[in-house]
Write a protein that binds this ligand. Structure first.
Ligand SMILES: [Zn+2]
Length: 231
């Protein structure tokens, strides 16, 4: 499937409707592609929930909610940005997520980037590419302590991933670097890209312009506040 091979560690962002396959069928295909030495990871974010349990439904798409309920799936315990994983090294990847900021370099997605992981975008664009947030943390972007929405519970954390509406900007530098492998999965366009390159290009973009990944929607609390402060 789109260049995935045995032993690959892949984070999947998806629109099941765009792919047009049955959720379990797609999960089986992903697991078969990476084999028993590989790892499949999916976001199971719950965003503004007050109380998280491992059974709190995922709000990052139908595929992810079927995935996290697989008997062999493990799920991290971050109260708002948990991720689920099946395969080799799943427990090590997810361990301690609740003790760090959601997309910190020490979070599961940060660890995945540091260990040769890949991002697979299935019928979605880079606005769904959460690894860009890891790049914001690695770059220590000057707005991480501004919550996405001041009404959301902070659960005691002091840095947060925020708005991703401007993350489409990453696609151009990633393409210029030749880092994106394009393909089709079911009916959907798909992109496969190394997590580490996503982080590196995000850091480079923010070094050139620390407002580069803020959206321009005046109704967006995080981006408006950050722009005001940085201008
Ligand atoms: Zn925004």
């Amino acid at each position: 499937m789109i260049g995935l091979g045995p032993g690959d560690r892949v984070l999947v962002h998806s629109s099941l409707r765009a792919v047009g396959l049955d959720a379990d069928e797609l999960i089986d295909e992903l697991l078969a592609a990476v084999g028993p030495r590989g790892l499949v990871v999916m976001p199971t974010f719950t965003y503004d929930n007050e109380t998280f349990t491992p059974d709190t439904p995922s709000r990052t798409g139908a595929l992810t909610d079927v995935f996290r309920r697989r008997p062999e799936a493990l799920r991290s315990l971050h109260p708002t940005y948990s991720v689920a994983a099946i395969g080799s090294g799943a427990a090590e990847l997810l361990e301690g997520h609740e003790r760090v900021a959601a997309t910190d370099v020490e979070s599961p997605l940060g660890r995945l980037a540091a260990s040769g992981g890949l991002v697979l975008l299935l019928g979605v664009g880079h606005t769904s590419n959460t690894t860009v947030h890891v790049g914001e943390f690695e770059a220590d972007a000057p707005y991480l302590e501004i919550p996405f929405d001041p009404a959301w519970p902070t659960h005691g954390y002091d840095r947060f991933p925020g708005c991703s509406r401007a993350f489409g900007f990453l696609e151009r530098p990633l393409r210029e670097r030749g880092a994106i492998r394009d393909g089709n999965v079911g009916r959907a366009l798909a992109q496969l890209v190394p997590c580490r390159v996503v982080v590196e290009e995000t850091v480079a973009l923010l070094r050139a312009d620390r407002t580069a990944l803020l959206c321009t929607d005046r109704a967006c609390y995080r981006c408006s506040y950050a722009r005001e402060r940085l201008s």
